[in-house]
Design a protein around this ligand. Structure first.
Ligand code: 8OZ
Length: 360
């Protein structure tokens, strides 16, 4: 029987265990949206994870949607991330970077020259974002023209290259949580005609073209992807999530990706009943690479799902924020630290790098 604590090879990346640190937005980037010294320390503390998925990082200035999120498009950002990857590797860990474009979940004050956010649509989301003026409603987007799509794909390709240049072991394409890729995927948002709107194949075209560009650039064995079929966050569900995400996974299968990461149910929400209204196992059966599950996992459920072959890897979010030595705590069945929920987004070391590990 496979154990959560067993090593695993995912594509080109060898992991010492199957416990993954989920990508977690913390809004602590320093000037220039650079990962600074505190961020180096934060990830170093968590390097015993089998894999760290470093927080969502904008692929271009237009891809940003919140204050103080890190980017992966400038030389300073690449240099900042290099400090992080060196620290994690020196501590024996593996780390990939989540590549992010927020689409319409942004505000003009965060974008170059006060530009409108871009999306599949010109309909505004019913959502807020965090800016230098605090929480504000997101701005009305501009629908991307079809002739702008190649430039967007180029931004993803370059960001993947930058991530490798920054020392990451690979990248995870953020195709979840109702950001840009999902704003194209879902018929609840995408109201386009032409090659990127209408049918499921057309709505999935952007995602697949981005995967093609990234895997050509850095190799499929260093590329993963994250999906969230049943998350509503800033947009309603698709009219037929099973058909949509079934198609996506069937099309992803031949690429030979390192892993597919699925959020079960509502992101950050309870595991039921949303998680039960979707057949995740059908997607799993269609995907040949490593299968990573996430959302509110307990120790017991993670151990059970890996032993039963329901998952190859389990990603932990809140538990990894509060407990830097989560792998040891799970292994020895020791209690976790309590999460300081008011210190998740923004601020300094408090609630970031000051959670204690147990003494050896
Ligand atoms: C929380 C706050 C801001 C962004 C996601 C990148 O949900 C995020 C995010 C989460 O994927």
């Amino acid at each position: 029987m496979t154990s959560l604590f067993d090593p695993i090879q995912i594509g080109d990346i060898a992991l010492s265990n199957r416990i993954v640190m989920a990508p977690l937005t913390r809004n602590r980037a320093i000037a220039g949206n650079v990962a600074g010294p505190l961020t180096v320390e934060y990830y170093r503390q968590r390097a015993t994870a089998g894999l760290i998925i470093a927080e969502a990082s904008q692929i271009s200035p237009m891809a940003q949607g919140y204050l103080a999120t890190p980017g992966i498009h400038s030389p300073e950002q690449i240099a900042g991330w290099r400090q992080v990857t060196d620290a994690v590797h020196a501590a024996g860990g593996k780390i990939v970077l989540q590549l992010w474009h927020v689409g319409r979940i942004s505000h003009t004050s965060l974008l170059p020259d006060g530009a409108a956010p871009v999306s599949s649509t010109d309909k505004v989301a019913n959502a807020s974002t965090f800016t230098s003026d605090g929480f504000v409603p997101v701005s009305t987007p501009r629908a991307l023209r079809d002739d702008e799509i190649p430039g967007l794909i180029e931004d993803y390709r370059r960001a993947a290259r930058n991530a490798i240049d920054a020392g990451f072991d690979g990248v995870e394409l953020h195709a979840a949580n109702t950001y840009l890729i999902e704003q194209f995927l879902r018929d609840s948002v995408n109201d386009r005609s032409g090659p990127y709107g209408g049918s499921i194949a057309n709505r999935a075209r952007l995602l697949l073209e981005v995967v093609e560009a990234i895997t050509k650039e850095i190799g499929a064995g260093r590329t993963g992807i994250r999906l969230s079929p049943m998350t509503t966050f800033t947009a309603p569900l698709d009219s037929d999530p099973q058909a949509l995400y079934g198609y996506v996974v069937e099309q992803l299968a031949p690429f030979g990706l390192a892993y597919l990461h699925v959020i079960e149910g509502e992101t950050g929400g309870t595991r039921t009943p949303e998680a039960k209204a979707f057949d995740y196992e059908a997607l799993h059966r269609a995907f040949p690479g490593a299968w990573m599950l996430n959302n509110g996992y307990s120790r017991d459920l993670a151990i059970e799902n890996v032993a039963a072959g329901k998952a190859d890897l389990v990603a932990f979010g809140r538990s990894f924020i509060s407990t830097p030595d989560l792998v040891r705590r799970l292994k020895d069945d020791l209690p976790l630290n309590e999460l300081q929920a008011d210190k998740l987004y923004g601020g300094g070391a408090e609630g970031y790098t000051d959670y204690p590990a147990l003494a050896a």
